[in-house]
Design a protein. Structure first.
Length: 188
């Protein structure tokens, strides 16, 4: 495999793990297009003598409403929220709920739910618990495993973490598990 193929594989893996920015870009483009069309329509409307008086009345209404501080504060708050949301979309990681890894011949993309299920099942088997007593969630860098033990039966937290780590490593993902055991157990 040459270097160009590896770069292409990394690019493919990155594309599968990241979300597209197309939707926010389209929303911004549509809003800007609407504003531009409204500006052109207002300019054309005010050139017509009958439209000019209506436009002057509308402008006067807007001007008097704008003099009210609550309207200005509301407009500023809405503009600020929209601006912060757009900046967050532009800067944020845009990560899909997937993990990927590259190999010598193939790139593997696995849904985070599959990794969570594998870790939870391994911990349930290791601790001899029902599958409903173990839950797991996967974040970007770790797996959080939550165990609800049988009341009065101790759980080996380190052994549970090793079981989860082993299940994830067998799949080829070295994600660090974090195991928490609920203080109150379930009645058997």
């Amino acid at each position: 495999m040459n270097e160009g193929d590896r770069v292409g594989d990394r690019r493919l893996l990155r594309r599968e793990l990241r979300t597209s920015r197309a939707t926010p870009a389209v929303v911004v483009a549509v809003v800007l297009l609407g504003a531009a069309l409204a500006t052109v329509a207002a300019a054309i409307w005010t050139t017509d003598p009958s439209g000019a008086s209506v436009a002057r009345d509308a402008a006067a209404t807007v001007r008097t409403a704008w003099e009210e501080p609550s309207w200005r504060a509301a407009a500023a708050a809405i503009a600020g929220i929209v601006g912060i949301a757009l900046i967050a979309l532009a800067i944020g990681p845009g990560r899909r709920r997937r993990h990927g890894r590259g190999g010598a011949r193939v790139e593997l993309v696995v849904d985070d739910g599959l990794l969570a299920d594998a870790a939870a099942q391994a911990v349930a088997r290791h601790c001899a618990l029902a599958a409903s007593q173990v839950s797991a969630t996967v974040t970007a860098r770790r797996v959080r495993v939550r165990i609800r033990p049988v009341s009065g039966v101790p759980v080996d937290r380190a052994g549970a973490a090793d079981a989860a780590r082993g299940a994830l490593e067998r799949m080829g993902f070295g994600i660090r598990p974090v195991v928490t055991v609920d203080a109150k157990g379930v009645v058997a």
